[in-house]
Ligand binder design. Sequence first.
Ligand code: NDP
Ligand code: HSE
Length: 438
Amino acid sequence: MKPVKIGLLGLGTVGSGTVKVLRRNAEEITRRAGRGIEVAHAAARDLSRPRACDLSGVRLTEDPHAVVNDPEVQVVVELIGGDELARELVMRAIANGKHVVTANKALIAKHGNEIFAAAQRQGVTVAFEAAVAGGIPIIKALREGLAGNRIQWLAGIINGTGNFILTAMRDQGREFADVLAEAQRLGYAEADPTFDVEGIDAAHKLTILASIAFGIPLCFDQVSTEGIAAITPEDVEYAAAFGYRIKHLGIARRTGQGVELRVHPTLIPERRLIANVDGVMNAVLVKGDAVGPTLYYGAGAGSEATASAVVADLVDVVRSLTSDPENRVPHLAFQPDALSDLPILPMAEVETAYYLRLSAEDKPGVLADVARILGELGISIEAMLQKEPPSEQDPATIIMITQRVREALMDQAIARIEALSHTRGQVVRIRLEHLNKD
Ligand code: NDP
Ligand code: HSE
């Protein structure tokens, strides 16, 4: 049988990795897919740049529209990034009756509802395994492997760059900016690295995971997002003193009131496997009612690790070329007419435990005032540590771990603690999750 012809948009980190993996593993890939997969036409912005892969036999262009309009191309692989041009190209490819594979989480999180509806009308597939957690086949696991479960919650380290930065700061005491520059050199970071640092990239990925886990439409605008820039070495140290690690987590949880969708730095017990996921590695913990907790681990970014997921999608698409569109696995795991609009909870309604750090004059009665405020709001203190000030003039540092409480109540408590005459500056608050079986 003739090989399937691919059109590749983008020859950067992931695009060049995809060409390399397709060429190196061509024989095994053909045995799996039932047909060869050949890159016929590829686009990049500037063809005078050297490429990290062998492009012999590939037609090259600086016009990505030429690829999506090429009648020879059966599957378009979108690896350009961004969500405007990518949306236009993907919608054009679909309109032209071509299947699409993409690693673009921004595109899927923001425009996925529209894209999947168009793909369904045209009877084509849009595959996006590489969009979440790099090389980890988490989309397939959630959509197919866990299809018998009612998913209760999931929590993941889903940004490789952020985890790379946090790990190097903790283990090597390196500066934030220096580690970020290294992540960019290694090709881990987004074109705009504030997407990694501010949690936007993780929010894109969480949007996709939540949709597939709970059968809800993609709702990126409703994810509550906090980045990693405010994490200080002293909080990392105090967290460790209590037996916790600080990780940047994306969390989606189904509750009786609706769905929690949040990305923020989180203290997690250091004995949890996920607390020990370091560097560019990602991990996603998924709790299903039948299977219990399951953990998926692997490289969250990088050229060939991400290409692994892109090529797996290509193999799936090629295998399904002869199947009826109705018999394919639905894009968002649930049948399109069976998606339900569960309410997304505002952060004020979310319940978590907290790590609090505050500065206060080292005087009798200060701790009692803080404890009284927490007590009046029904917030229990689970552990506490007071660090003596370096000199009599300096404030003392008080660190507390609380039990679970609704965020609205914690906001009130913090406002009242900050208003006390003996406290100094703002209370640092980091959410804490035990990630146990419940
Ligand atoms: P790169 O910046 O390395 O590559 C982007 C490629 O797109 C480049 O080859 C660039 O051309 C090309 N390109 C950009 N704009 C145009 C245009 N207007 N016309 C033609 N070509 C264009 O990005 P990555 O490979 O890192 O990322 C690609 C996608 O994969 C993104 O959506 C990203 O979020 C996602 N992703 C990335 C991962 C990673 O580890 N890097 C992991 C998982 C997903 P030129 O080279 O000439 O500039
Ligand atoms: N910038 C992303 C990350 C790439 O660091 O996780 C993988 O999606």
